[in-house]
Design a protein around this ligand. Structure first.
Ligand SMILES: Cc1cc2nc3c(=O)[nH]c(=O)nc-3n(C[C@H](O)[C@H](O)[C@H](O)COP(=O)(O)OP(=O)(O)OC[C@H]3O[C@@H](n4cnc5c(N)ncnc54)[C@H](O)[C@@H]3O)c2cc1C
Ligand code: SF4
Length: 477
């Protein structure tokens, strides 16, 4: 630790942002760069605690105190080397990770935690600018062939690790573009897509083969892949959205969030969409159902498209503003969070159950709902009983409803059914400790194995599956 009193001298400073009213006029990222000296002060706030809880809070075990210190000492090249040891894609996590590490930062016990995520993205962006991130193809090839299915962060991390081990990796993606939810789910205002393309280019230069527009299980039989390759890794994500089977669900104007978000991301990529199929919030009263990340992205996208109003309803009770007694540090704080999209304009409400939709001429016009009350947490199930509050029924006018209520795991039809891999109780692909499924030589990682999660967990999953594949191939040799 360079500056033993850094945490006493410097207050936490976050990146400045463009004001909400300016940034909703465009689709670009809106955080302003922080001068190097200020970043060094932020790095100096790290206390280099004997037990780095932050490192434990980070799902990929980033060696955070090391690179905080290196930034403080102005040794940025060493910092990126240290960061890349645990994280294949710090430019993704540094932008979109909810930073559980900061929830575990020891400084966070009684002061604002270190700005770990901002330091992470600053290290990797400086490294790109300086030309320190160069393609590093493996020196030797093992002669083993691996197919990875799905190009989200888990598939990319797995591919990157396997390629580094010298295996020849072909990554198959059903979409016309690579990146999974990094490219087609997460909006540009959270992460512009050149960020993903820049990393993909490096990977291609390192010898990875990408095949887009190939739906495994449709265009190529999954069993054929298993026969042709020494190992196959399924990284197909958790793409089955949770539906809302209530009266009026069939009306026009009610859509899954992903259908809405992917369209806008494709438009931002320069694609021309069929206007008759376009889902747009322009001039509409929008209601987003679901209070998570996806819901928040729908709010930011609706405001940028020019919605007249945006409401956001969540089924669960409003979380507390600060940690509850049973949710102590260093655990992830279960508190109400406001994203930058929330700052841009939305009316949020909690404990609301949508009962039905009604419409005119086949188009949704009203949402009918009721307020809920929640009982205490059941110590056995960990759940809370919920009851409708009599007399609290209400109706609102609406033109566009976006369903962002989570995902029910991977799509079973196709690849999974064809292979007959065993599933766990939640419907995700079941694997052993090596991430191998019930089918010999077929591995799984990311949301497909873990259920809907985070980019940083997907990277962890991809790396773990690559290790498992590496061991499997080594044992065969
Ligand atoms: C709208 C939205 C916003 C989010 N925002 C954040 C955020 O801000 N921060 C964060 O940490 N996490 C966020 N998440 C979660 C995060 O994006 C996911 O947890 C992560 O992308 C999962 O990675 P993955 O590689 O497992 O799957 P995915 O990213 O879903 O990628 C799976 C890929 O597999 C492909 N595929 C599937 N089946 C086949 C097949 N049969 N053949 C060929 N290809 C196939 C799909 O087309 C897709 O490209 C968000 C999720 C959503 C939906
Ligand atoms: S990946 Fe996420 S949890 Fe890990 S150090 Fe970066 S911001 Fe923190």
């Amino acid at each position: 630790m360079g500056d033993a009193k850094g945490f006493l001298k410097y207050p936490r400073e976050d990146f400045h942002k463009q004001p909400a009213q300016e940034r909703i006029k465009h689709w670009k990222e809106f955080y302003l760069e922080m001068p190097k000296e200020e970043l060094q002060h932020q790095g100096a706030r790290c206390m280099d605690c004997g037990v780095p809880f932050c490192q434990d809070g980070c799902p990929i075990g980033n060696i955070i105190p090391d690179w905080n210190d290196l930034v403080y000492r102005d040794q940025w090249k060493d910092a990126i080397e240290r960061l890349h040891k645990t994280n294949n894609f710090p430019e993704f996590t540094g932008r979109v990770c909810p930073a559980p590490c900061e929830n575990s930062c020891v400084l966070g016990i009684n002061a604002p935690p270190v700005t770990i995520k901002n330091i992470e993205v600053s290290v990797v962006e400086r490294a790109y600018k300086e030309g320190w991130i160069k393609p590093q193809p493996p020196k030797h090839r093992t002669g083993k062939k691996v197919a990875v299915v799905g190009s989200g962060p888990s598939g990319l991390a797995c591919t990157d690790q396997l390629n580094k081990l010298g295996h020849t990796v072909t990554l198959y993606e059903k979409n016309e573009v690579l990146g999974g939810l990094l490219t087609l789910g997460i909006p540009d205002f959270k992460m512009e897509k050149w960020v993903v393309e820049r990393r993909l280019k490096r990977m291609e230069q390192e010898g990875v083969k990408f095949k887009t527009g190939v739906h495994i299980g449709k265009d190529i039989a999954t069993k054929k892949l298993v026969e042709e390759y020494d190992a196959v890794v399924l990284c197909g994500g958790a793409e089955q959205p949770r539906d809302l089977p209530v009266e009026g669900r069939e009306l026009n104007g009610i859509h899954f969030a992903m259908d809405f978000l992917t369209q806008q991301n494709r438009v931002n990529l320069g694609q021309k969409l069929d206007p008759s199929k376009r889902i747009s919030a322009q001039g509409k009263r929008v209601v987003v159902l679901g209070g998570g990340d996806t819901g928040s992205d729908c709010i930011g996208t609706s405001n940028r498209q020019g919605a007249v109003s945006v409401k956001n309803y969540e089924l669960m009770a409003r979380p507390p503003k600060t940690r509850a007694a049973d949710n102590p540090w260093p655990n992830w704080a279960l508190i109400e969070r406001s994203s930058t999209s929330h700052e841009e304009g939305v009316e949020r409400d909690y404990a609301i159950l949508t009962k039905k939709f009604s419409g005119e001429n086949g188009h949704v016009k009203k949402l009918h709902a009721v307020h809920l009350e929640f009982g205490p947490v059941d110590s056995k199930t960990g759940r809370r009983d919920m009851k409708e509050i009599p007399g609290s029924e209400f109706t609102i006018d609406v033109d566009l409803v976006l369903l962002a209520m989570g995902f029910l795991g991977p799509v079973k039809n196709g690849m999974i059914e064809e292979l007959g891999v065993e599933l766990d109780a939640r419907g995700n692909v079941k694997t052993d400790a090596n991430r191998m499924s019930s089918v010999q030589g077929v591995f799984a990682a990311g949301d497909m194995r873990r259920g809907q999660s985070l980019v940083v967990w997907a990277i962890n999953e991809g790396r773990a599956a690559a290790e498992g594949v590496g061991r499997f191939l080594a044992a065969q040799t």
